[in-house]
Design a protein around this ligand. Structure first.
Ligand SMILES: Nc1ncnc2c1ncn2[C@@H]1O[C@H](COP(=O)(O)OP(=O)(O)O)[C@@H](O)[C@H]1O
Ligand SMILES: [Mg+2]
Length: 377
């Protein structure tokens, strides 16, 4: 057995309370092998003695199971952590509040509808009676002030904690509430990391069933900080049907996988163009045998009152299906392009709330069903 073999074994040990493993957290300080003796030195910076011991025991157990060594020594190094090595914060101190599910909504590139999906998903969960928070972490283009039509300065308590704003029955927070909703701020990595952490530690979230995170596109400092410091339940990846976006989806999914954050599913947005309208017959009823045809599709729905609807392909569709299959995760939803989504954004009220009975809103109901199912598995 080589050091690399042992490292690979240790990579299967998650740090208690996290999905990430102890190697990627930088907790394995050294591995020494001599003949049939092995020594592993761990460096874990936590106040919680029982966590250290749990890791120590788990390492010993794994090494014993290999039956490759007659002497196994697992040491704990008592040293303060070096700042260069990210260490997990304890869940309790990293997040101000009790949150059952922290779900990141991510995308490979901007403009695919990530913020729209995050806002509608949050509202759909709220409508089911859950306590929901929505946190906009897109520092370069905060959109919550727009999608929720909300501008306000959050209050700060005497002990320097931020009270999230309330909107549509949800607790909401955005970089935009702090930066004054202006043109994108260019911030450097360390500052971004600190701001990101503060949005969990210094915002009084209280008790939530779901906290939905609207991430910046791609894989940057925010994503890195989240995966290192915040106990994420999982990620949802939003994509459009174009192949170029799919290449980015792979990158995003691979990043979450690498840090052991489960990808809960894929949402394909702007998939086809949803058209609807109404044919007005002089006597108000649709004559028997009436058909509506539209170029580009052979599936037009015609209702008895004359309203019709169809989804036209704009780009090649089915990318979301392919990608979800490849990733082995569910396709949580396929949402068409529809002007109502845009109008809802302009009005500052997510469509799921402004038109709860619409066919488009019902697609979000189905999406929540699938998400809940993915969380049970
Ligand atoms: N399914 C959709 N149909 C029509 N417009 C959409 C749809 N999804 C998003 N949009 C619009 O596209 C624009 C970009 O969406 P946004 O959610 O801000 O993307 P991102 O957060 O990924 O940059 C917004 O104007 C939004 O209203
Ligand atoms: Mg956005």
């Amino acid at each position: 057995m080589t050091k690399e073999d042992i490292k690979a074994i240790l990579q299967t040990i998650p740090y208690p309370g996290f999905s990430r493993d102890i190697v990627s957290f930088g907790m394995v300080h050294a591995i020494h092998i001599q003949d049939d003796a092995v020594q592993v030195v761990l460096k874990i910076s936590t106040q919680q003695e029982e966590k250290k011991q749990a890791v120590q025991a788990a390492v010993r157990e794994k090494l014993e199971a290999t039956q490759a060594f007659s002497r196994i020594d697992v040491q704990l190094l008592d040293e303060p952590p070096t700042p260069a090595q990210p260490q997990p914060a304890e869940t309790g101190s990293a997040v101000n509040g009790t949150i059952d599910h922290i779900i990141a909504v991510a995308s490979g590139k901007g403009g695919v509808g990530k913020s729209t999906v995050a806002a509608n998903l949050a509202v759909a969960l709220q409508q089911r009676g859950y306590q929901v928070g929505l946190l906009d972490l897109d520092i370069y283009g905060p959109s919550l002030p727009i999608t929720l039509g909300l501008n306000g300065q959050p209050e700060v308590t005497s002990d320097q904690k931020i009270i999230p704003l309330e909107r549509y029955g949800m607790k909401v927070m955005s970089f935009g509430f702090l930066s004054g909703n202006e043109t994108p701020v260019i911030w450097r990595g360390p500052l971004v990391a600190r701001m990101t952490e503060q949005f969990f530690r210094d915002v009084k979230w209280g008790k939530l069933d779901y906290l939905i995170l609207d991430l910046p596109p791609g894989t940057g400092d925010v994503q890195l900080t989240l995966s290192q410091k915040i106990p994420l339940t999982g990620a949802i990846i939003v994509t459009t049907p174009q192949d170029i976006a799919l290449a980015d989806v792979k990158k995003g999914a691979d990043m979450f996988r690498k840090v052991n954050t489960p990808v809960l599913g894929v949402v394909e947005n702007m998939s086809g163009f949803h058209v609807s309208g109404k044919i007005h017959f002089p006597d108000g009823s649709v004559p028997d045998g009436t058909r509506v045809t539209l170029a580009g599709t052979d599936q037009v729905q015609l209702e008895p009152d004359g309203t019709f609807s169809a989804t036209l392909d704009v780009f090649k569709r089915g990318g979301g299906t392919r990608e979800s299959e490849r990733l082995g995760v569910p396709l949580l939803g396929v949402l068409p392009l529809h002007p109502d989504f845009m109008l809802a954004t302009d009005r500052g009220e997510p469509l799921v709330r402004s038109h709860p009975e619409s066919a488009l809103a019902r697609l979000y109901g189905a999406l929540v069903d699938k998400l809940e199912q993915a969380l049970r598995e």
